[in-house]
Write a protein that binds this ligand. Structure first.
Ligand code: NAP
Length: 377
């Protein structure tokens, strides 16, 4: 296909006072580097990290925003062998990041690392019109809309499970042992429940009561309401010393403490979280518990500098662990074994990016991903 020289993209407004988080502007179409693919986008999903990068000034003014998109491959870099022009894909991109201003998902064309992309064996189609709100129930990925919702979450869980929680699709889960997902109804938690179950773990989760039935259908054998005062007591009574792995997908001071408190008291237990919480922040740290924090962006193999002294390192071992696991995850997504979360479609094409980021910023999402669809400009 012949590529245009310019395109529309949502770019960060770092000076947010009185402005929208992003503006739709014309920017150049940049050709892929050796390990990148260029994707002609069809749908986009919003994530909390999108607005955080702008508000916390991890973006510079004008960086392209967005982490999740789906579409078809429009060009490939010289090292790319697993993707060809025309393939149906979803991609995870470190959008709104000051070091790579040209990389962001909320654009008509986006650049993505080949190792953080998911290729779909069957063609994807559109199921939502470009305008008009619509809900898509969770299920196997079969559309651009559902594919857009997958990549960041699948990369995040693959990195957390493989490198930090020391799990492998090649090693059977220990009999009877339990994996706790704190925040089972987060977009990440919905994937973590399914993946832990597919690995053979008994899975339990915390979530609001309205999500318990749907999370049980995805593989959780028991769910606990995190709003109840004795939730830790309930979880410990249920799982006791068998709870030896946990992922805190919420990552607040409270939830990392709760997750730590809920796992085994003497059996070796690994607890990972997604928001930089360290063991030193946990009160009365149990000697049998290891606390880690994973950041999906480092799966690409480069350190991430979130300014203000927050530099997250990576390693060859981390990348190797991630890529092995990610291969397995991609197969399971493509086969439909790993299902997408329920989706809410926002109208307005790329212009919906601001509405989506605001809803996430205000904590107005519950058990669903916000997706918007490409339009002509
Ligand atoms: N480190 C990384 O690489 C990485 C990757 C992805 C996301 N994240 C971060 O992880 C967090 C979650 O992201 P997401 O997109 O998965 O979330 P999300 O879908 O936006 O999360 C919304 C859900 O959070 C749940 N929740 C809120 N407070 C809770 C609590 N105290 N206990 C249990 N559940 C609670 C709510 O559950 P109910 O509806 O049940 O009330 C709600 O459904 C964000 O802060 C995000 O920035 C980090």
């Amino acid at each position: 296909m012949s590529l245009p020289s310019t395109q529309y993209a949502c770019v960060a407004n770092v000076d947010v006072e009185g402005k929208d988080l992003s503006s739709l502007e014309q920017v150049p179409v940049v050709l892929p580097e050796a390990d990148q693919i260029l994707v002609k986008t069809e749908a986009y999903a919003a994530n909390p990290t999108d607005w955080k990068h702008i508000v916390l000034k991890w973006a510079d003014q004008g960086c392209i925003v967005g982490t999740d998109a789906s579409g078809t491959v429009a060009a490939v870099g010289s090292n790319v062998t697993n993707f060809k022009v025309g393939d149906y894909v979803s991609v995870f991109i470190h959008g709104a990041y000051w070091e790579t201003p040209q990389c962001g998902a909320f654009a008509q064309f986006c650049l993505a690392d080949q190792h953080l992309a998911i290729k779909y064996k069957k063609p994807l189609k559109h199921v939502a019109p470009a305008s008009g709100a619509e809900h898509i129930p969770g299920g196997p990925v079969d559309s651009f809309e559902s594919a857009a919702s997958m990549s960041l979450g699948v990369v995040t869980v693959s990195l957390s499970f493989s490198h930090f929680l020391k799990l492998s699709p090649d090693v059977p889960a220990p009999a009877g042992k339990i994996f706790l997902v704190w925040g089972g109804a987060t977009a990440t938690g919905i994937l973590a429940i399914q993946i832990a179950k597919l690995l053979g773990w008994r899975v339990i989760a915390t979530a609001s009561g309205k999500h318990h039935d749907s999370l049980k259908k995805l593989g959780a054998e028991a769910c606990f309401n995190y709003g109840e005062a004795n939730v830790i007591e309930q979880i410990k009574k249920y799982g006791g010393e068998d709870i030896v792995r946990a992922l805190d997908t919420v990552g607040s001071d409270t939830t990392i403490q709760q997750t730590h408190d809920a796992v085994a008291d003497s059996a070796t237990a690994l607890v990972d979280n997604l928001l930089f919480k360290k063991a030193s922040e946990v009160k009365n740290l149990k000697a049998n518990v290891t606390i880690t924090a994973s950041l999906s962006y480092v799966a690409i193999g480069l350190p991430v500098n979130l300014r203000g002294g927050l530099v997250i390192q990576t390693s060859e071992e981390l990348v190797k662990d991630f890529r092995n696991f990610m291969k397995w995850s991609v197969e399971r997504v493509s086969s439909g074994d790993i299902k997408h979360a329920p989706i809410k479609i926002l109208p307005g094409g790329l212009k919906a990016a601001n509405a989506a980021m605001n809803l996430l910023k205000e904590g107005k999402t519950s058990g669903e991903k916000l997706v918007f669809v490409a339009e002509e400009y």
